[in-house]
Design a protein around this ligand. Structure first.
Ligand code: DQQ
Length: 464
């Protein structure tokens, strides 16, 4: 197929987020920091921008920012995975990179190994888990996530118990080939947290354990922080990872520096026809470093290496932001930028940033903090003149403690908008304005005066 850059809607194609050369991408898979390099595999259809004939795409990076595409790693070419090589993870088995993934059909767990990270061999023992635990009526059985603890490998597999709810099944193995089912690590309630839990991740973070999953049919990512004893996980805190409505199936890994880093799939919110004409669909989020707050909630921070993309820098003096006035951040424009704003809302009931399309100011996306409602929202109702793209308002709860400023960090990359607020609240969105020209940030306050403490911005480099 021809290069997406020369196809329609080229202005929507991100330039510093990860995406394949062409075609469809969904879940990140097989993330690992191996021999000094970061490997990212992903669910991929190289032929067309639709979710069919999925293979494992593969890319490598030395810094999590600049990526090199590598040959396709896994294809559906065995009887046990002929209908799909679905999501899985990667472990280092004594120097041998080993992918643990779901083969379809039906859903079974399989492994593949490599000597050089380039060619992959599926194990003769496949499928290594040939069926769900006997006696359980499951709604799905996929997306294994594996870790090592002393002499055992453990795995969680995403599942659900019919009429009960999403479920995480816990297994262990000595050799990654023979697996023993232990018990459900956690069972949800269908009415509240969905019927099937996809793409679980389960890991220790500090003194706590973290479990996150992408429940069907919610289409969002839930996380739980708690304790893990005697094969039972007891959640103490529950949160949502990103409430922008475009972020799903994240996968995390631990790098050699001990950081827990995740990528999530940012899906399109334009019709499939537009994606097919564009020649591509799906983007990975920026790599986010995950940590724990003193209250036990997750914190998300784009990895420090992203500052390598920074070019022209803009810095605004502290100033008052009066109701009805706007501060336009001149110097930040175009399709690729990062911005940091520290704002004391003071008595202003609302404040935020309008992301205005420079060639057509009627196309505007609003990031709004409402003190009265205790919410942060991204309003896409005027983002685009295209009638057929999503135009909604997505909100996350956000209240500031006494004297705490609003700390917004925004990343704009063509059709991607990532918003981080005070490190714990994320709203990631997709916007598809008509025409080229990029965007400019306009700060505003309503119903009172806010105080701008610090405004900084950077034009960012393209990596593709
Ligand atoms: N996508 C994969 C599945 C997973 C789902 C298939 C989540 O393994 O459950 O592409 O997006």
């Amino acid at each position: 197929m021809s290069q997406p850059q020369t196809r329609p809607y080229a202005e929507h194609r991100p330039a510093y987020h990860f995406l394949p050369p062409a075609g469809w991408m969904n879940d990140p898979n097989g993330l690992i920091h191996f021999r000094g390099e970061y490997h990212l595999f992903y669910q991929h259809n190289p032929e067309s921008a639709v979710p069919r004939n999925i293979v494992w795409g593969h890319a490598v990076s030395k810094d999590l920012v600049h990526w090199k595409h590598l040959p396709i790693a896994l294809r559906p070419d065995k009887p046990y995975d002929k209908d799909g090589v679905w999501t899985g993870c990667m472990v280092d088995d004594g120097g041998v990179p080993t992918a643990v993934y779901t083969g379809v059909h039906p859903e079974v767990q399989c492994i593949a190994t490599s000597k050089d990270m380039m060619s992959w061999e599926k194990a003769p023992e496949n499928p290594v888990v040939a069926a769900p635990p006997p006696g359980l009526q499951v709604t799905g059985f996929r997306d294994p996530y594996v870790w090592r603890s002393r002499d055992w490998w453990y795995a969680v597999v995403g599942s659900g118990i019919r009429d009960v709810g999403g479920t995480i099944l816990l297994y262990r193995s000595r050799d990654l080939r023979r697996w023993e089912y232990l018990e459900p690590a956690l069972v949800g309630e269908k009415a509240k947290t969905g019927e099937m839990w996809e793409c679980p991740n389960f890991f220790q973070l500090g003194r706590k354990w973290v479990l996150w999953t992408s429940p069907v049919p919610l289409g969002r990512v839930l996380y739980f922080v708690g304790t893990f004893r005697n094969h039972r996980f007891t959640p103490e805190y529950q949160g949502e990872m990103d409430l922008g409505g475009c972020f799903y199936a994240p996968q995390g890994f631990r790098d050699a520096r001990g950081r827990r880093i995740l990528f999530g799939w940012l899906w399109e919110t334009r019709p499939e026809k537009m994606s097919v004409e564009a020649g591509w669909a799906g983007v990975q989020s920026l790599p986010r470093q995950v940590s724990l707050s003193p209250e036990g909630r997750l914190l998300f921070k784009p990895v420090a290496e992203l500052s390598r993309l920074r070019r022209e820098h803009v810095n605004l003096p502290a100033q008052l932001l009066r109701s009805g006035e706007e501060v336009v951040v001149k110097g930040i424009a175009g399709d690729r930028w990062e911005m940091f704003a520290e704002i004391h809302p003071q008595e202003a009931q609302k404040c935020g940033i309008r992301i205005v399309h420079t060639a057509d100011e009627a196309q505007v996306t609003t990031v709004l903090f409402s003190q009265a409602n205790g919410t942060l929202s991204v309003d896409r109702s005027h983002s685009s003149r295209y009638e057929e793209v999503a135009r909604d308002v997505r909100s996350a709860p956000l209240s500031l403690k006494d004297g705490e400023p609003l700390r917004l960090r925004l990343f704009v990359d063509h059709s991607v908008l990532e918003v981080y607020a005070n490190e714990h609240t994320c709203l990631t969105s997709r916007i598809y304005p008509q025409g080229t020209g990029g965007y400019q940030p306009h700060l505003f306050a309503e119903e009172g005066t806010a105080r701008l403490m610090r405004i900084e911005g950077w034009i960012l480099d393209a990596i593709w």
